[in-house]
Design a protein. Structure first.
Length: 97
């Protein structure tokens, strides 16, 4: 069952859009090793705004992901790639298909 989700919104610094998109694309390799990350999506909203949406069975799985390899890679790259602090929202899933 899916109960929790994480919505992350990232804004690239001017000229760093391709690097941020590449980091997110490569991030799939990290989450493939996370059996409790049920769904994981990296997306772009516009040229400089990107996001990640992922779902979890419970808060423990969300915490495991939030402290995992991809989170670490994003934190490491943030000073170089991000124009502002990421927006992070933890949500409760009400219904899903």
């Amino acid at each position: 069952m899916i109960n929790k989700s994480l919505l992350l919104r990232l804004t690239a610094k001017p000229g760093k859009e391709k690097q941020l998109a590449q980091l997110l694309t490569e991030g799939l390799q990290y989450v493939l090793d996370e059996p409790n990350t049920i769904n994981w999506y990296a997306f772009s909203i516009n040229e400089s705004t990107f996001g990640i949406f992922d779902t979890f069975p419970d808060a423990d799985a969300l915490h495991e992901h939030h402290t995992g390899k991809l989170a670490h890679a994003i934190a490491q790259a943030a000073p170089e790639l991000l124009a502002e602090k990421p927006s992070v929202e933890v949500t409760n899933i009400l219904a899903w298909k």
